[in-house]
Design a protein around this ligand. Structure first.
Ligand SMILES: [Zn+2]
Ligand SMILES: [Zn+2]
Length: 371
C-alpha cells in the first residue's frame, strides 16, 4: 500500500492507542473507526452498538469476512492500555477498507463480497458471540483473522492447519465447610484437606489416557479462611485456568475435576459450588483454506512459516470457526518485541504496513473455496 495511506493508518492507530478501552466498553474506538471509514470510503458502515462492520457488496457468489479485535487490557498498575496490539489490528483492517475503496475508484472488483468486522471484547472471550449474528445475516462463506505475535520475524505469517490456539476457561471451586475455634478445629469442617488434595491431584488430571493433545490445569489463585488466628478456616476457594488443545479434552478435564471434588466434598461434609468464566473454544483452522492461504501469501512474496505446535493461549475467533470455515493466523511482531500483555509491549509501528499488505494480498486473491 502507498506510503501516504499507511501514514494515514498509522495516525489512526496512534489515536486508538491513546484512547484504550476495556472489553465491552469500546464505544469511542468504534466511533473513531466508523468516522475514519465514512471519511475515507464509500463502503456501507454499520455500528450495532457492540460490533462495527463495513460491507463491500459486489453481488458476488462468495462472501468473505476479515475480522479485527479492538479492546485493550489492563497494565500492572490496573490502567487500560493496548497491551495486545488490537489498536494495530483495528487500523490494519481499516487499511483493507482503503484498499477496497481504491478498487472501487478504479472501477475494479475483487470478485467477492467482503465483510470487514471489528468485534468487541476479545480478551474476555465474549465478543465473538455478539458478532456471530452479523456473520449469519451477511451470509459469510469463510472468515479470516490474525494476531501479531512477538518473538517471530516482523511481518512473517505463521500458519497452522487444524488447531491454531488452545481452548481455555477459568474455573472457580468454592468450598463451604464450617468454621470453629482454632483451638478446636475438630468441631468445624475445614476446606484445607480437600484443597490440598486438589492441588496434589492437579497434575494427574492433566494426563488422562483419553487426551489427544496438550492439557493444562494451572493454579491461578488460592484462598482459605482469613488472618484471624483464633478461627479455623470454614471456607475456601481455588481458582484454576483449564487449557487444552482440543475442546473435548478441556471438557473432560473439567468434568473429571468437578466429579472428583464433588465426591470428596460430600464425604467431608463440604458444600461445593463451581463457576466458570472467560470461556474460549479451540481455534481450529480449515485445512484446505490454510493451504490456499499459504499459496496466496507465497505468491505475493509474503514470508510464511508453519507452526509445529498450537499457541497455548486462546482466541475467541474459535467461536466463528465452529460455524464457518476459515483461518486464524499469526503475524510476527519482531523477535525483540516484548510479550503480549506485558507493560513494555506496544504494537510495533513497522508492523502496520506489512499487516495491511497481508490483508490486501488476501483480498486480491481469487474467491476462496472451502472444502
Ligand atoms: Zn490479549
Ligand atoms: Zn489479542
Amino acid at each position: 500500500m502507498q506510503a501516504e495511506l499507511v501514514e494515514k493508518l498509522q495516525e489512526l492507530q496512534q489515536q486508538l492507542h491513546a484512547a484504550p478501552e476495556l472489553s465491552g466498553k469500546e464505544e469511542g474506538t468504534r466511533a473513531r473507526l466508523a468516522a475514519f471509514l465514512r471519511q475515507n470510503t464509500t463502503l456501507q458502515v454499520v455500528d450495532t452498538g457492540s460490533v462495527l462492520f463495513a460491507v463491500n457488496d459486489e453481488g458476488a457468489a462468495e462472501t468473505i469476512c476479515l475480522r479485527a479485535d479492538m479492546d485493550a487490557v489492563c497494565n500492572s498498575a490496573g490502567r487500560p492500555f493496548h497491551g495486545c496490539g488490537h489498536d494495530g489490528h483495528s487500523a490494519a483492517l481499516a487499511g483493507a477498507a482503503l484498499y477496497l475503496q481504491q478498487l472501487r475508484q478504479n472501477g475494479l472488483s475483487c470478485g467477492k463480497n467482503v465483510l470487514l468486522l471489528w468485534q468487541p471484547a476479545e480478551e474476555t472471550g465474549a465478543g465473538a458471540a455478539e458478532a456471530l449474528t452479523v456473520l449469519h445475516t451477511q451470509k459469510v462463506d469463510c472468515i479470516y483473522g490474525c494476531h501479531n505475535i512477538p518473538g517471530y520475524p516482523q511481518g512473517q505469517v505463521l500458519l497452522r492447519e487444524g488447531v491454531f490456539a488452545c481452548a481455555s476457561k477459568g474455573m472457580t471451586i468454592r468450598l463451604t465447610g464450617r468454621q470453629s475455634h482454632a483451638a478446636y478445629p475438630e468441631q468445624g469442617v475445614s476446606p484445607g484437606p480437600l484443597m490440598g488434595e486438589v492441588l496434589q491431584r492437579l497434575q494427574s488430571w492433566c494426563h488422562l489416557p483419553q487426551y489427544g493433545g496438550l492439557v493444562l490445569a494451572t493454579l491461578v489463585g488460592l484462598q482459605a479462611g482469613s488472618r484471624n488466628f483464633g478461627i479455623s478456616a470454614g471456607e475456601g476457594e481455588i481458582n484454576l485456568t483449564l487449557r487444552a488443545e482440543r475442546l473435548e479434552d478441556l471438557l473432560l478435564l473439567q468434568q473429571t475435576i468437578a466429579n472428583t471434588v464433588e465426591a470428596l466434598a460430600q464425604k467431608q461434609g463440604i458444600v461445593v459450588d463451581f463457576r466458570y468464566v472467560d470461556e474460549f473454544p479451540d481455534t481450529v483452522n480449515d485445512a484446505a483454506l490454510t493451504k490456499q492461504l499459504a499459496q496466496v501469501f507465497a505468491a505475493a512474496g509474503i514470508p510464511i512459516a508453519t507452526l509445529a505446535q498450537p499457541m497455548r493461549w486462546s482466541e475467541d475467533f474459535g467461536w466463528y470457526l465452529k460455524q464457518t470455515p476459515g483461518v486464524y493466523f499469526g503475524v510476527g511482531a519482531g523477535q525483540d518485541t516484548p510479550g503480549l500483555h506485558t507493560d513494555g509491549y506496544a504494537y510495533p509501528p513497522g508492523l502496520l504496513g506489512p499487516m495491511v499488505d497481508i490483508w490486501c494480498a488476501l483480498l486480491a486473491a481469487g474467491a476462496p473455496q472451502a472444502q
